[in-house]
Design a protein around this ligand. Sequence first.
Ligand code: PMP
Length: 380
Amino acid sequence: MIQYLDYNASTPIDTQVVDCIMQVYKDIIGNADSRTHKHGEQAKQVVENARLQIATLLGVLPKEVYFTSGATESNNLAILGLQAYANTHGKNHMVSTVIEHKSVLEPLMQLQKQGIAVDFAKPNGGGSVSCDAMIDLIKPHTALVTMQQVNNETGVVQPIQEVGEYCKAKGVWFHIDAAQSFGKMVEELRRSSYDMLSVSGHKIYGPQGIGALVLKTKNYKRPPLCPLVFGGGQENGMRPGTSSVALIAGFGKAAELANHNYKKWQQHCHLIKTSVLQQLSQSKARYTINGDQTRCVNNTLNLSFEGINSEALLLALKSEYSVSNGSACTSKDYQPSFVLQAMGLAPEIIASAIRLSWGKDTPSINLDPMLSIVQDMQSC
Ligand code: PMP
């Protein structure tokens, strides 16, 4: 059996989530926005129950959760949706980091083309962007600060709490891309101060194609976003379109499972990481670990085997492991990782970097086949 070690790209869906989705497909036939009949009401109830499950995991109000198709759409909505506000309030400036996911970087680049200035903070060699580096870029006319909580390639945690507090004090809108931390860093997220937060179903054992943008209310008002699509007014007009009731139900179920089990799952991931590090240190393979491990999540390890091109290694490992050398969105054509480049790593380290990521369903990781291939390649 091939070992699946690409959980940061997508997690396997939980069987309880599948059962929940199937039940909804079988039993719920209405449109959640049909007000005039029972079938519509039942669909609405399913959607609102899921909204509550997600809100509970995050510690926010259900009405602050807006369903989208995933974190990509949520990030786009948080960033592009603020353009009109930025233009009309003389706040034509945004701040982010160079190591964001493409679904943050690309909308920001679109805004740059339309006259909004964007400053990007750089990480240190360990892959974290300091709070000071962010603060240095924030100006009186900054409309938005957007940053991820956990980097998808390295697993390194970013200082969202400190940056969030600063933004709150200065009255700057703060958005977090929590695609990789939602359902994992539960308490940290509940404690954090933010205005907008992007999450995704398929990173927490839920279905692909569903996510949410959380818009916190202050004095009964949500952040001044302009929707990106217009239509039937669903999701309070913020994201119109017929709600995907079954996917939403599955997402809610996944959030409920995470809420009950996240501590156990984190412990499990930690044990796996310990075992992976032990197997590496006991082998003769020459390797370096990328990213400051004191700031790294329990389910990710980015490493480089000396002198071995990652593309060649992944090909050689294909019958044993599903692993990647970066984000799934950028790994179709090989490009050296912009995240590792920004960390200032040597080109040969970047060319040999691979990412292992795992989760609750990973029974254990056996690195023997990988290490024997690596040792053969290194002894050539
Ligand atoms: N942000 C980060 C940090 C991610 O890792 C991902 C998924 N690779 C996304 C955003 C996009 O999420 P989705 O697949 O739900 O669009």
